[in-house]
Ligand binder design. Sequence first.
Ligand SMILES: Cc1cc2nc3c(=O)[nH]c(=O)nc-3n(C[C@H](O)[C@H](O)[C@H](O)COP(=O)(O)OP(=O)(O)OC[C@H]3O[C@@H](n4cnc5c(N)ncnc54)[C@H](O)[C@@H]3O)c2cc1C
Length: 378
Amino acid sequence: MKIVILGNGISGVTAARFVRKMSNHEIIVISKETDYFFSRTALMYLYMGHMRLKDVQPYETAFWQKNRIQLIRGEVSTIDFHEKILHFDPKFRAQETILGATPSSVSYDKLVLALGSATNKFGWPGQDLDRVQGLYSYQDVESMEKTSQDISRAVIVGGGLIGIEMAEMFHSRHIPVTMLVRESNYWDMVLPPEESKMVGRQIVEHGIDLRLATGLKEIKGNDQGQATGVITNPGDQIDCEFVGLTAGVHPNIRWLKESGIETDRGILVDEYLQSSIKDVYASGDCAQMRTTRAGRRNIEAVWYTGRMMGEVVAHNLCGNQVAYDPGIWFNSAKFFDIEYQVYGQVPVESSEKLETIYWEGDDGEKSIRLIFEKIQKE
Ligand SMILES: Cc1cc2nc3c(=O)[nH]c(=O)nc-3n(C[C@H](O)[C@H](O)[C@H](O)COP(=O)(O)OP(=O)(O)OC[C@H]3O[C@@H](n4cnc5c(N)ncnc54)[C@H](O)[C@@H]3O)c2cc1C
């Protein structure tokens, strides 16, 4: 059987690895981004000079051949689900890659779509100017590297996890940063007020110009089509030569909308990660569960769920029916010097049914929160 996996991120590569552990099926993994799988979570360290691309690639080059996983670099532009063929974009095929020439098409018996996410853009005037970009792909880091030489200020729009990473990246190169955060405290739709304020203080202590309750109205540009500043929602003008768009991501599936596969925000899948089309699965950031489990969301764009889904898909491809069960929610992140970990549901606001114990260190940089359900007396 020929299994084609579109996407060489954590989800696609985990699916490939587990199919190989369980079978002798032919495996092809395709990506337009890089020849070899790398850790997306470590992208910031490339720009900060802590690591090179080869340092964030978990497997040696020989791994792929040894495990008989064929890699193809190329951009798939259309999928014919009826004929079971993927067609490559001819423009991309002209590019040289280590993996050799990209074919014009590839057929499959079973297909895994592990397409990842794309940066949100909300139709802001100027959002497509030069020197305006998100932080998702290896190409985004290359473009940051090129664009941010000798700039006097970067403005980052959005107060989530990727925004703070981008701020830290610029900070490491002593580039002044302004962060526009629409909410009244940093990431306060996820963090309870004390933690949200603690991270906000940490951002400010690192010299970032944090503007809370401030949105982006418009990005200004010059005659060469390059960003030169932003107008905020209260109407302030901030001059800058780089605008980072970090107001979240969405499943990277827009190019599939007319292909016949059933989608909503992501590719709709059942508990076996099977899509609406026979022999086609979706996995990782681009998959949307048809049924949402208690305490979970139907799209979860995090590393470990991508990995778990990849493993589940591999089982189902190899004929062992396994349902996706991510267990209880957990997540971790780093906000400059603060390490954050969460296990289970921590609501932003407590309720009558919940009891909370919260401790914060005198330095305002450490805290622990325990939340549990109150015992209901008869
Ligand atoms: C900067 C950053 C930091 C992060 N930090 C964390 C963290 O600390 N912890 C955490 O849990 N998560 C983190 N995440 C999220 C995590 O990295 C993602 O959830 C995860 O990498 C998604 O894996 P995936 O396999 O679903 O997709 P991806 O890793 O996005 O892989 C999809 C691949 O498919 C390719 N592709 C898509 N369409 C096509 C096409 N048509 N043709 C060819 N190739 C195609 C893409 O180019 C891409 O290479 C971070 C994300 C970013 C951007």
